[in-house]
Every structure is written in structure tokens, then in C-alpha cells.
Design a protein around this ligand. Structure first.
Ligand code: BGC
Length: 760
């Protein structure tokens, strides 16, 4: 755990340079705009610890899987959203010495992420080895108002003597990934140019053939007067440079404006035209105006999605950080894009899609954005349905059964750790649950009838083929699975998996019935399309009625899987600190045999399906599993926070909230340098809105069951629900509800029916 980030309500601040933590800071201070993003690498050369990373959504490389013993079904490749053209680079020489903070005396260093305005700002004073002292300030943004573009402004002043300054601003295409299974370079060079006082670079990914074109315009000034620059071009490196002599007090500045467009969205010729047009747009206005537009765009976002916490700066900073990073990763206009667990902040998990999206991120987007955004997340999976059917066929399933991949970019399975996760078939359940969640929240049945039901039928077919009849148990069983708890593999009858499988069958049958009642012609068209047979429905009902669930009848505990109680029952509290995290300190063999749980598993099921269980059952299971859970997945604490809130265990709920909210800011798991835990950030939001405020949708009605942590004066958030924008503020002994739309809404608030009238 680290504690060097200054607490502040709207800013993330590193005060004083922390070179040992530079890669951690590069992750924390990452910026993006949903279309592209970047680690907070320095513009100038830096020879210290650094992981360069600039990423473009959806632009990936299928890195050949590295494996000892190849088994049937193994994914051919692991998709990686890869480090792309570096557009921020500045090579700076002062009196012939290269500016490199690893080699200077650095003073007054500050790195700041201004979340309110969407800016990354850095400033420092440095004394070079040749004695020249300089002052630098840089401001960088990934435009939220025009997502294919970004800009930065970098100013230099010499402080103590006259000096010669040489500044070269460049685009570099020959960039690498640290994470490359066979040390390959992922890019081929196509072209570069330096015409019309613009630089450009076109690169193409190997194998996947994504073409990326960067256009860059530089403006060099001294004391606000334009400077002439000299272009130069050497294949994958194009630059423009100026050499001048400066006096103390002079202000040298370079502004860089870039457009990055890809062949995902444009033909080869369109790439050139669009790049130029993008640059024209952002060059027609000043840097201050760009900043103004950025502030407006982020302001609009915060107006709808902020959570305010008073009297707890650490908690306030953390929730804004989580919301900010999540939105920088996914803004939701494009249904081909999704939310990688590390977003644009690192290489690990390669920007690919996991069940995290459906289980954790969908609720955030449902409540904070127009429903079209969550719908796009669902459509992403709809568009991959054929691939999911192929994927299941590869594993031996037939007749339209679909198994969605554990990890994917384009619908194909591409997991590097396949041996651990290929049996995590529960992912299919989360995808079905997200359809239900969307329908429950928005009331939009049209999605289910037009797209969702087709997915549900294919998923149900999978479950129906995946169960087998156990003569010994006189029940259906589901063998050889891995539950959400990855610290157990190849187990039988994981309670969560069996529960969600049965629920999928039920929801599919109910949806079929609803469509039959409302539009049987449409249902028949669908049945024909997917060759549905009535016997399937009969078989599904039989499975639902006869599925086995491991339960300890004496205590009423749902067993995580068959034989869970055979394990030595010890508690996390008995584990010495030096043995944690167990995934770094113990052998895999020991982990698999232990009763310790990586992340919510039975409890994940109780969270999803709470309506099916009474409070006493939820409490018993929470009390049993919580002390056995090591939370070594970032996705875990939020589920525990929500259940603890429901059970009235406010202290625990708050403890889990802090753990999820400041996970990256304080680097709890010692892994922030790899990138941020983007998908679990949605879980942080859930901890407050679904946990502390107990927000649920029941029978088409929004309801809240609230509590407020003792140390907070108040907390407030915004939700969008079926055309209504509601502001909810919970104080220690009071609350406030503001309806910001023009339509009245009836809600349940702490057990009471309330009608909230529009304020306007
Ligand atoms: C978790 C998975 C999760 C993945 C990506 C793993 O550590 O166990 O549940 O999908 O990380 O976030």
C-alpha cells in the first residue's frame, strides 16, 4: 500500500517527484476519451522507470498464445489492445544537454489530474547537470468534445542564465509492448510525411491489418511570437524542431494538436481526409478555447454523474477518480467497443472484454447515462452471438448453443490464462443477467424482443446441454466448472453457476411467454430463425425443476461447490499478514486446496438474486463466506459492501467501500503500475448507490433504503430512470430529492411511497 497521493476533492495530485513510483503514477494519471487514451508518460525523454502506453479502442494484435502443452480448444491467440503511435514526444536539449528528469535535480514537481476539467497537468523546476535551471509546465487533454483528437501545451522558461534551446516535437510509429509473448513488434510502417506544416504517420498492425493514421500540427512560440520550425522525416520518426537562444524570463512554448483515426471507422482514403479535417477543426481555435470546450464537456458529464461526499476528502476524491476513469474508458457511442479491465491505462488484460462488463459496469451506465449507452454494451454481445455459437461448437455443443468467451475482442475466445478460466461458464449467466437488468431498469422490452431473446435462447441451449443427469443424486448436475472464485478449478456443482444457469432457463421461458402474449408472430419468426422446438422448453423446465444445489442442510449455508466443507475451515483473520496476498505468497497447489475464496462467489449469487432469499439466509451465508474471502480480485469488495449494507453492517460496508474506492490511488494490491482496475471502479459506484443508498428497481419502481457512514456529513448522487433525472442527497438526519425533469416520479424511499414532483 502507498500513500503519496495528496487528498483533494477534484484533483489527483503527486506533490514532489516520486521516481520509484513513476509507473504507478503513469497509471493513476492516465487520460482518455473513450476512443483513445494514454498512460501519463512524460513528453520529454525519460531514462527512469516508465511504461509507455498510448492505446486506441478496438485496435488490437492477436499475440500468439504461449503454452507448454497445447490442448484442443486452446485459444490461438491472446488479443491485446496495443501501444500505438506516440504523439506526445518532445526531445529537448538545453545547452546541448538532453532534458531527462532521471538525470536532473528536480524541484517543485507536481503532477495533477484535474478531473473536473479533464486535464493532465505537470509542472516542475529542474537543474540540469550543466547548471541551467528551467521551469516547465505541460497541460494535456484527450478531447471529450471531439474524440479522435487530443492536444497538449508545453512551456519552458530558463531561470538562471541565457541558454540555447533545441526542441524537437515528433510522432513515432515504431513503438513496442512490454507484454509481447514472443518479443514481436506489432506494427508495420506504411508512410509518414511532413507536408503543409503538418506531420503525419500511418502504421498498420500485423495480422489484424488495422491502419492508424496520426496527423499532428505543432505551434512553436517564443513570448507568444510564432517560431519557424524545421521538419525532418526518417520512416517511423517524423519531427519538427526549433533551435533558439532564450533569456531568463522568456517563455518558450510548443502546442501539439493531434488527430488519430483508424481503419475501423474509415476507408484508407477517408483516413487522410478525416485526419486533415479533424486537425483543421482543432487548429481553428486557441488552446484556451480547447480547454474551455473540454471543461464544458466534462462539466456536462459531472452534472449528470457526479457523487458528492462531504466531510471525507479521501472518500470524495476516490469516488470521483473511479467515475472519471470509467468514463474515460467507455463513453458508449459505439457498440463495437467495450470496457477492458485496465482500459487505456496499461497492457495487462490487453483491453479485452470480460464478464466484468455485464456484472459490474452495466449498472453504472444504466443509472448515469441515457439507456442507449447500456444498450450498446448489450448489442456488443448480440453482435458476437454467431461467434459464441461457434465457440460452443468447438467445445462439442450443438444446435445453436452459445458459450460466450471468457475474454474477447471480436467474439472469439482469446484468453492467455485459459486453463484457469475456460470452465468459468458462469460468464454466460452474467450476459443473460445484464439483459434482464437492462429490461428491469429501463422497462425497454423492445431490446429483449428484437435482440435479447435470441441471445437468451442460445445461452439456455448451452445450459441444457451442459447439465447431466446424476442417477446417484436423482438430479441434474453441472460438473467441471470454475466459479467466480478462481482459487478453485474444475469443481462440481458450483452453487453460483447452478443458480444462474437455472435462472437463465427461467428468464428465457418467461421472455418467450411474454413475447407470445404480446406478438406471437414476431415470436414465430424468431423461433424459425433459431429453429426452436417446443421440446426444448419442456426440457428446460425439467432441468429447472430437478437441478441439484449443494447446501449444508444443518446450517442452511449454500455450499460453494460439492465438498467445500471437506476443506480445512480456517479464516482469513488467522492468516499472518506476511502470507498475504496468497496469490503471491503461496503455491498454486496450496491455494487450490485451501478454503480461501478469491472473490464473491456464493455472495455474487445472493447479490444478483437477493429477491429469492430471505434476509436470514443472506445473513447466514454472508457471515460464513465473508471471513473466508481474501478479496484478491478487485471485483470482490463491492459485492461485500452491498450485502453488508443490506444487512445493516454499516462499519463493514464502509470498510469495503474504502477498499474498492482507493484500491488504485493507494495501490492496495501493489499492482497499480500494471494499470488501473477500471471495471471494479463501477463496483465502487455500486457500493455507494446500491450499497449505502440501497437503490433497487422493484416492480418498475425505483426504491432506496439508505444509510450514511458516520464520518460523512452527506452524500449525493444523480440517477436517470425512465426519462426522469433524480438528484438524491442523504444527510445524517435528513434527505433531499430533486426531480430535474418535467415528469413526476413515484419512488419508495426508506419504506415510504413518495411522489417527487419536477422542480422546474
Ligand atoms: C477475476 C475475474 C475477472 C478478471 C478481469 C480476475 O482476477 O478473478 O473475475 O473477470 O480478473 O477483471
Amino acid at each position: 500500500m502507498k500513500n503519496y497521493i495528496v487528498h483533494d476533492e477534484w484533483n489527483i495530485i503527486e506533490e514532489g517527484f516520486q521516481p520509484a513510483y513513476n509507473e504507478v503514477s503513469e497509471s493513476i494519471f492516465s487520460i482518455g476519451n473513450g476512443r483513445m487514451g494514454q498512460r501519463a508518460n512524460f513528453e520529454e525523454d525519460y531514462s527512469g522507470k516508465s511504461l509507455p502506453g498510448s492505446y486506441l479502442a478496438g485496435v488490437y494484435y492477436p499475440d500468439k498464445t504461449r503454452v507448454g502443452w497445447w490442448k484442443n480448444g486452446y485459444p490461438e491467440y491472446f488479443a491485446k489492445v496495443i501501444n500505438a503511435i506516440n504523439w506526445i514526444g518532445l526531445h529537448i536539449e538545453v545547452n546541448g544537454e538532453v532534458l531527462d528528469l532521471a538525470k536532473c535535480d528536480v524541484h517543485s514537481f507536481q503532477r495533477k489530474l484535474d478531473m473536473k476539467h479533464g486535464l493532465l497537468i505537470r509542472s516542475f523546476d529542474a537543474r540540469l547537470q550543466n547548471g541551467v535551471e528551467i521551469r516547465v509546465k505541460s497541460t494535456r487533454m484527450f478531447h471529450l468534445f471531439q474524440s479522435e483528437t487530443a492536444s497538449l501545451k508545453y512551456t519552458i522558461q530558463v531561470l538562471n542564465q541565457k541558454a540555447s534551446l533545441q526542441v524537437e516535437s515528433y510522432l513515432e510509429g515504431d513503438v513496442v509492448n512490454r507484454d509481447s509473448n514472443y518479443d514481436e513488434h506489432f506494427w508495420n510502417f506504411i508512410s509518414s510525411g511532413t507536408s503543409d506544416s503538418q506531420l503525419n504517420m500511418t502504421m498498420k498492425t500485423k495480422k489484424t491489418d488495422f491502419i492508424v493514421r496520426a496527423d499532428l500540427v505543432n505551434n512553436f512560440t517564443l513570448n507568444n511570437k510564432a517560431l519557424e520550425s524545421r521538419p525532418s522525416k526518417e520512416g517511423t520518426y517524423v519531427s519538427e524542431s526549433v533551435a533558439i537562444s532564450v533569456e531568463p524570463g522568456d517563455i518558450f512554448s510548443v502546442e501539439k494538436r493531434v488527430s488519430m483515426v483508424t481503419s475501423q471507422n474509415y476507408s484508407e482514403t477517408e483516413l487522410v481526409v478525416t485526419g486533415k479535417a479533424n486537425i483543421e477543426k482543432i487548429s481553428a481555435i486557441t488552446f484556451d478555447e480547447l480547454q474551455h470546450n473540454q471543461a464544458l464537456a466534462w462539466g456536462n458529464f459531472w452534472n449528470e454523474s457526479d457523487i458528492e461526499i462531504t466531510a471525507d476528502v479521501a472518500a470524495q476524491q476516490a469516488i470521483r477518480f473511479n467515475i472519471f476513469q470509467l468514463y474515460q474508458t467507455y463513453t458508449g457511442e459505439d457498440s463495437r467497443l467495450n470496457i477492458g479491465p485496465k482500459g487505456f491505462t496499461g497492457e495487462k488484460y490487453g483491453g479485452v472484454t470480460y464478464w466484468d462488463t455485464e456484472a459490474y459496469c452495466v449498472p453504472f451506465y444504466l443509472a448515469t447515462q441515457p439507456s442507449a449507452i447500456a444498450r450498446n454494451l448489450l448489442l456488443y454481445r448480440y453482435q458476437h452471438l454467431d461467434k459464441a455459437i461457434e465457440n460452443a461448437a468447438k467445445l462439442g455443443f450443438s444446435k445453436g448453443a452459445a458459450l460466450y468467451p471468457m475474454v474477447t475482442m471480436n467474439g472469439e475466445e482469446c484468453h492467455n490464462e485459459w486453463e484457469i478460466t475456460f470452465e468459468e461458464i458462469h460468464r454466460n449467466g452474467a450476459i443473460a443477467f445484464a439483459i434482464y437488468n437492462y429490461q428491469r431498469y429501463t422497462g425497454d422490452w423492445s431490446y429483449v424482443e428484437n435482440y435479447g431473446l435470441e441471445v437468451l435462447i442460445a445461452i439456455s441451449r448451452f445450459w441444457a446441454q451442459r447439465v447431466n443427469w446424476s442417477a446417484e443424486k436423482d438430479k441434474y448436475v453441472i460438473l467441471g466448472v470454475t466459479g467466480p472464485n478462481e482459487y478453485e478449478n474444475n469443481v462440481n456443482n458450483n452453487w453460483y453457476t447452478n443458480t444462474i444457469a437455472s435462472w437463465c432457463l427461467k428468464y428465457t421461458l418467461e421472455s418467450i411467454q411474454t413475447l407470445k402474449d404480446s406478438d406471437h408472430i414476431k415470436l414465430n419468426v424468431l423461433f424459425e430463425k433459431v429453429a426452436f422446438k417446443q421440446e426444448e422448453a419442456v426440457a428446460w423446465q425439467h432441468i429447472m425443476d430437478h437441478l441439484y444445489y449443494p447446501i449444508d442442510t444443518e446450517s442452511g449455508i449454500f455450499l460453494q461447490q460439492d465438498g467445500y466443507l471437506d476443506k480445512e475451515q480456517v479464516l482469513v483473520a488467522d492468516l499472518p499478514d506476511k502470507e498475504r496476498p496468497i496469490n503471491q505468497k503461496w503455491s498454486w497447489d496450496r491455494i487450490l486446496r485451501s478454503c480461501f475464496i478469491k472473490q464473491a462467489d456464493v455472495l455474487q449469487g445472493l447479490y444478483f438474486f437477493e429477491d429469492q432469499y430471505d434476509l436470514d439466509t443472506i445473513r447466514k451465508n454472508y457471515d460464513f463466506y465473508e471471513p473466508r474471502t481474501v478479496h484478491e480480485s478487485s471485483l470482490s469488495p463491492c459485492v461485500h459492501a452491498i450485502l453488508a449494507s443490506k444487512l445493516g453492517n454499516e462499519a463493514k460496508a464502509y470498510e469495503f467501500y474504502l477498499r474498492t474506492a482507493r484500491l488504485d490511488l493507494d495501490d492496495y494490491n501493489n499492482d497499480t503500475e500494471d494499470g488501473l482496475h477500471i471495471t471494479s471502479m463501477a463496483g465502487t459506484w455500486m457500493s455507494i448507490v446500491e450499497g449505502f443508498a440501497g437503490m433497487r428497481v422493484k416492480n418498475n419502481t425505483l426504491s432506496f433504503q439508505t444509510f450514511i457512514p458516520k464520518t460523512w456529513d452527506s452524500y449525493a448522487f444523480h440517477v436517470q430512470f425512465r426519462g426522469v433525472k433524480l438528484f438524491v442527497k442523504i444527510k445524517q438526519h435528513d434527505f433531499e430529492l430533486i426531480n430535474k425533469s418535467n415528469q413526476e416520479i413515484n419512488i419508495i424511499f426508506n419504506g415510504e411511497a413518495i411522489s417527487v414532483k419536477p422542480t422546474a
